[in-house]
Design a protein around this ligand. Structure first.
Ligand SMILES: [Ca+2]
Ligand SMILES: [Ca+2]
Length: 418
């Protein structure tokens, strides 16, 4: 069985956003699975009167034809509506993950909760978490932050928690409501293994040098006159993206992130950095620009032949001169619109080439030293291939051996413990 070495790597990722990291450990057969499609007596669950019922109402059910519904009034402190009482055997020292779907039908007075209880050496060991509308977890017991995850899905939320069984035995697992609220839960699943560490697989793009010679293989799309250019116009390597516009073209966009491959989260700080070469200088009242977002929420920087931004509405925009080309960066916070793109354009004439584009979460400065990947070891450069189902362990080890910070482009990687 494949395991993820992620805990070893996490500190290295600390300065970069870990991206696209998904465990390969998905194959284990569930220990327990319940979708509440039949009578409750046919399940291992106990519903506690008056809080728990089996609902078959189509507008309440999450999946299939039945879900469990928990309902309690304001002022009721600990309303345990459902339990899975000592029916699932767990083994001491093993990691398990429990997941269930839920939908809140009426907002909590205080919180909803899920807890596990077990006797270890005669003492109760309790672990679990409280959760609220909007996916917040006000309290966790005996579970680290990365062991509990609430993810919004289409029409419901998925709760996942992983834990190490403190002792052999049959656990008591229970679901409840604190101070009123109405909730439905469904599709409870318990399986061996830790919660895979998973972040938005398109949260950022590694440094893109366009060296595949195929824009469709990147997280970018060409607009207008934008196209891959070669050789003389390339800044680093063989390819760059080039574009030109006439003085009559006021806002000529030529490159954008592909929203199908790269999604910028709302209200999040990102830094976009890229190299550029002015092929035909901008004229008077003319400039090149990079922008994120639209309308009132857009963040932009205008740049050109000078080694400083021409104009910007962000605090952290920079241009550095590297002789034959320049490096520009803009740190910006996205607005409340979740589908933001980063776009490059030309206003009123000029020609430009863009290369080595990176978009990462958080702040970053233009490095003082130049290198093909500006101080980062990109695992892809060491042979890791995302999304191919093959083992990437050696590539990661080699990238780590460089002593540089590790950069992980979007995708799924498989790493085996040795
Ligand atoms: Ca169901
Ligand atoms: Ca290049």
């Amino acid at each position: 069985m494949k395991k993820l070495l992620l805990s070893t790597f996490l500190f290295m990722f600390a300065i970069m956003t870990p991206i696209g990291f998904v465990s390969a450990d998905q194959a284990a057969a569930p220990l327990h699975e319940e979708g509440f499609e039949g009578a409750i007596a046919s399940t291992l669950y106990t519903l506690n009167t008056p809080y728990g019922t089996l609902t078959k109402e189509a507008n309440q059910v999450i999946a299939g034809t039945g879900s469990i519904k928990g309902l309690s009034a304001r002022g009721t402190q600990w309303a345990e509506y459902a339990s899975l009482n000592k029916r699932v055997q767990l083994t001491a020292g093993k990691d398990y993950t429990i997941s269930f779907k839920y939908r809140i039908l009426e907002q909590e007075g205080n919180f909803f909760y899920f807890y596990m209880k077990q006797q270890v050496n005669g003492a109760d060991v309790t672990s679990g978490f409280n959760f609220k509308s909007g996916g917040t977890i006000p309290y966790r017991a005996e579970l680290a932050a990365d062991q509990v995850r609430l993810t919004e899905k289409d029409g419901y939320w998925l709760a996942e928690a992983s834990f190490k069984a403190a002792g052999d035995g049959l656990y008591n697992m229970l679901w409840g409501i604190q101070d009123g609220g109405v909730i439905v839960i469904d599709d409870v699943l318990i399986k061996e293994g830790k919660l895979p560490v998973m972040v938005n697989k398109t949260a950022a793009v590694a440094i893109e040098g366009f060296e595949s010679g195929d824009l469709t293989k990147t997280s970018f799309q060409a607009l207008g006159s934008g196209a891959l250019v070669q050789q003389a116009k390339a800044i680093q390597g063989k390819y760059a993206v080039g574009a030109s516009a006439t003085v009559q073209q006021e806002w000529h966009e030529f490159l954008a992130t592909d929203p199908a491959k790269l999604e910028l989260a709302a209200n999040t700080v990102y830094t976009v950095m890229f190299k550029y070469k002015v092929v035909q200088p901008e004229g008077q009242d003319s400039y090149f620009y990079v922008m994120a977002g639209t309308g009132d929420q857009s963040k932009a920087m205008n740049f050109g032949s000078s080694a400083a931004p021409i104009w910007t509405n962000v605090d952290a925009a920079e241009v550095a001169d590297r002789g034959t080309y320049k490096v520009a960066k803009m740190t910006f916070k996205t607005g409340s619109t979740p589908d933001m793109q980063v776009k490059w354009g030309i206003r009123k004439g000029g020609a430009i080439a863009i290369d080595d584009v990176s978009i990462v979460k958080g702040k970053a400065s233009i490095p003082t030293q130049e290198g093909p990947h500006i101080g980062y070891a990109n695992v892809v450069d060491y042979g890791a291939v995302p999304n191919d189902g093959q083992d990437d362990t050696v590539a990661f080890q080699q990238a780590i051996a460089t002593g540089k910070s590790i950069f992980v482009p979007a995708g799924v990687y498989h790493i085996e413990e040795s």
